[in-house]
Write a protein that binds this ligand. Sequence first.
Ligand SMILES: [Zn+2]
Ligand SMILES: [Zn+2]
Length: 348
Amino acid sequence: MLDVCLLGTGGMMPLPGRWLTSLLLRYNGKMLMVDCGEGTQIPLKLAGWGFKPIDAIFFTHYHADHIAGLPGLLLTIGNSGKDTPLDLIGPPGLTRVVQSLLVICPALPFDIRATELPLPRGAPSLRGASGGAAGTGANVDGEAEADGERDGGLAPLRDVALFDSMSFQYAPADHNIPCLAYSFHIRRQGAFYPARAKELNIPLKSWSLLQAGKTVELDDGRSVTPDMVLGPERRGIKLSYCTDSRPAPALRRLFKDSALLICEGMYGDDGERENAIGKKHMIFSEAAGLARDAGVGELWLTHYSPALQNPGEHIGAARRVFPNTRAGSDLLTTKLIFPEGEGADTAR
Ligand SMILES: [Zn+2]
Ligand SMILES: [Zn+2]
């Protein structure tokens, strides 16, 4: 089960009643965030999930509305008693930005591990970016997406391990500085078949280890691997998140088959399309087009322009394209669970 909380839904500046766009996820007692603009501590406090369990903070890009809240949050996390490392993950330039922000929050009681995700070949580079991974927090392959087979001109997606059975993928957004969109996956192993375990004379005490994906050495010298008693990997949970972008083919592929897509809709009205193109953002119906094309289960809109006072007024423009669209609101929360059934389809 994945707990999801959309902490805020604003773009550019926090407003009374609308915090800046940020996402909080909780899985197996661990938490991760995506983006931390000015004031994000406040909805975090209101969500009531605590500060200490935050293990990783992802950044889409380094415009202030996505990162300016980091120093204050780091101090609060420090005051919560956290003493285990915190991973910060984002596009190239992260180390330089974080080192600058750390000047005003020195002497934190936990280590920070900054990981810069290599941009796919052809993506714009950030002037002054140090490039390459700056830490070892996430298991990022430095060559990721630089080589290998191409899919319609797109660099291949790579899975990056996070913790437990959770991993993430990322793809370049189309913004006016380097910007990444993310998808988070919880994989689900195949069903356990007791009949097979009995056939193989595997003692009961070893069953739970095999169910946990561990290889077991039996007293009679045989080695039993999980695949001998488990079915094919089942479909897991996938959530995708994208702000500050035009629609792009790389995003459609990244979002494919997500249970939930949280996507920016800076402007509600279709008449704002030219404005959105110029500012490298999306209108509601464009976000809905991505949701439809990627076959997602549900779409939540976010990152509204401060001028968009009532996003719900324009929801029809999105629902005409993708009916299962919701205008995201601050602290909108849900739980994503594994799909029902013992289907043998692969987790995505
Ligand atoms: Zn923004
Ligand atoms: Zn931006």
